[in-house]
Ligand binder design. Structure first.
Ligand code: AMP
Length: 633
């Protein structure tokens, strides 16, 4: 393939000559048995990519690199919390993964079984993920910041055979114990895992449950020389489930395949991120999020790159820490979130430039809107291209980006770029369902099926919900909805204008307001609640809760209102985790609703942000919005 080609032609071919295009991309991965069909779209919207092919994600990420890269760094684990730094070569990574796979086997894990991983950012989490897909088991990583109720609902949905966890994580020098949250979650869940593998970091009390908990280190000793071959699985075999928030309280298990995901990631490394085999990739995300799956673990490793797994803050011991790692490990591609850049923006830029950043080609930012001041500050500070890209847990890799690996193109401030090859993106008028073709008119960002390889196959265990949620919201058409608003300019660059649903984005973390509302409603003093996202300088958005108490006198004076607020925040902390805690809880006598009883979240949000709440003719009691205003004053 020529180094530079016309992007428009490349994109068109991905849509108009889909199978030939993706067959070419599929050459970037190893197939144990070739596929019969590039894309089976006989049953829309279910796409089956590379049907008939046999492959394995762990083989592509690890084993195939032993030829030629056995001694090269594969995984570099850095914790500024425990002052640990350890690099694993591809050979060592393969050995650790085989040991973990042998542990799974000894606990009865078979192909298709689920393994739930609830862990901090430590190397063992990476081994646990790769070992699962090595056996054809399906991993589901639950973000370590979630608490027992959030974890319990995921245990019940995924019904794992085994759970892997650790005694604790650490953040900002403080130990964050996991074990009691896990025990509570298993207690709450209807499904009980057969075994729990515990990694003991020596940070917190473990109190093993007899007959269920097993010690990772002791088992690892038994399997030091384990040889566990990769299980060849169908390309369409699920590799993992990753839960994400939606408009209901019940999280959705995004199910990913094996072959399509592998091909999509391999291609993205070449066309979007431009990392070369042998170089080092540094993504500052967490394995609990989609970026962590695609660009801490699988993407870089599939591409034969070393990947850095970092536990700690971007500012500790000082704001130079990430950049010192860039120098030390000659990082060529870095991936972070706008929130992290905004945190760094508060620091002296000298911290960033005291290190040799000459290896770094670009810094990619994704997960939330990138504001112009932050992008400019960052570009000035590190003197490298800052490249925004837009995607979702559902898609697994970018829907919009600048594909510099195909044809170098300028970035535009505030835009994550153009539609990425494979995504037949359309802007749709919300009321008529018609496609918007003129530039700069706002619409819902949607895509014609099939979605390209790497995107969600379905919602785990719920095909009907998959179709209803994602493919039925655009007037009379079977189209994928991103639930984001956007506009496209005359050059084909998109600008993202926020969600069309009740999902909010706090510091790049996606949260469902319904989930937070359900948690707050469980507090015995609460009669009703509305949670909305409010614009925030640092975190992009924060959650704000407006609560109607069963007994209003409980919040009659500022001191008792503060007490109620703290009690409600504690409930959210305990059930969902501090990540979902509202920034403030305010008490009102009634909530703004339509006459049919529907909460007017968008009007509340507008008031919170000092905007016009729009048409209120359907509103039941206009005084309710005034109460919100009064509470914010
Ligand atoms: P998640 O599934 O957690 O990755 O969140 C996906 C959502 O985050 C998208 O639907 C957008 O609302 C938002 N998002 C992700 N990337 C960007 C970006 N580059 N610019 C604006 N919003 C983004």
């Amino acid at each position: 393939m020529p180094a530079s080609q016309n992007y428009e032609a490349f994109f068109r071919r991905s849509i108009d000559d889909r199978d030939a295009f993706w067959a070419e991309q599929a050459q970037g991965v190893d197939w144990h048995q070739p596929y019969d069909r590039v894309c089976n779209y006989d049953r829309p919207p279910f796409a089956r990519w590379f049907e008939g092919g046999l492959t394995n994600l762990c083989h592509n990420a690890v084993d195939r690199h032993l030829k030629g890269r056995a001694e090269q760094n594969a995984l570099i684990f850095v914790s500024t919390e425990t002052n640990t730094e350890k690099a694993y070569s591809f050979k060592e990574l393969q050995q650790e993964v085989q040991r973990f796979a042998a542990i799974y086997q000894s606990l009865g894990v078979k192909k298709g079984d689920r393994v739930l991983i609830y862990m901090p950012m430590i190397a063992e989490a990476c081994f646990a993920m790769l070992a699962a897909v090595r056996l054809g088991a399906v991993h589901t990583v639950v973000f370590g910041g979630f608490a027992s109720h959030a974890l319990a609902s995921r245990i019940d949905d995924a019904t794992p055979t085994v759970i892997v966890s650790a005694d604790a994580g650490m953040r900002g020098g403080k130990v964050v114990p996991y074990k009691h949250l896990l025990d509570e979650a298993i207690e709450l869940a209807g499904h009980k895992p057969a075994s729990v593998v515990m990694v003991n970091r020596g940070l917190a009390d473990l109190a093993p449950v007899a007959g269920r908990d097993v010690d990772y280190a002791a088992l690892r000793e038994q399997f030091l020389d384990a040889q566990v071959p990769c299980e060849w699985v169908d390309s369409t075999h699920p590799s993992y489930i990753l839960y994400t928030s939606g408009t209901t309280g019940k999280p959705k298990g995004v199910q990913r395949d094996t072959g399509g995901y592998c091909v999509a990631l391999a291609a993205s490394m070449k066309h979007i991120y431009q990392g070369e085999p042998g170089e080092t990739f540094f993504s500052t995300s967490d394995i609990g999020w989609v970026v962590g799956h695609s660009y801490i673990i699988y993407g870089p490793l599939i591409n034969g790159m070393a990947t850095i797994m970092y536990e700690g803050l971007p500012t500790r011991p000082d704001a130079g820490i990430w950049w010192s790692l860039v120098e030390k490990y000659k990082v060529s591609v870095m991936f972070s979130a706008p929130t992290a850049a905004r945190v760094l923006k508060k620091q002296d830029p000298a911290y960033l430039t005291q290190y040799d950043l000459s290896s770094l080609k670009a810094l990619f930012l994704a997960g939330e809107p990138l504001d112009e001041p932050t992008a400019t500050w960052m570009a000035d500070a590190i003197k490298k291209p800052i490249i925004d890209n837009y995607w979702q847990t559902e898609t697994g890799w970018p829907i919009m980006a600048i594909c510099n690996g195909v044809e170098p193109a300028p970035t535009k401030f505030g835009s994550p770029g153009k539609a990425v090859y494979g995504f037949d993106v359309r802007l749709i008028d919300e009321t008529t369902g018609e496609e918007i073709t003129e530039p700069n008119r706002k619409g819902v960002i949607a895509a014609e099926g099939p979605l390209p390889p790497g995107c969600l196959q379905t919602i785990w265990g719920d095909d009907a919900r998959y179709v209803k949620t994602y493919w039925s919201s655009i007037h009379g058409r079977t189209m994928y909805s991103t639930f984001d608003w956007g506009v496209k300019d005359a050059d084909g660059y998109f600008f993202i204008l926020g969600r069309t649903d009740d999902v909010i984005n706090v510091a790049g973390h996606r949260l469902g307001t319904r989930e937070i509302e359900e948690s707050i409603s469980s507090h015995p003093n609460v009669a009703e609640v509305a949670v909305v996202g409010m614009a925030d300088q640092l975190k992009g958005q924060v959650a704000v809760a407006f609560v109607v108490l069963k007994d209003a006198s409980r919040a009659a004076d500022p001191a008792s209102a503060r007490e109620q607020e703290q009690a409600i925040m504690k409930t959210v902390d305990e059930q969902l985790g501090a990540v979902a805690r509202p920034a403030m809880v305010r008490f009102v006598g009634t909530l703004p609703k339509t006459r049919s009883g529907k909460l007017l979240r968008r009007a509340i949000q507008a008031v919170c942000e000092g905007r016009d709440p729009g048409d209120l003719t359907t509103m039941d009691d206009p005084a309710a919005l005034q109460q919100i205003r009064d509470q914010l004053a």
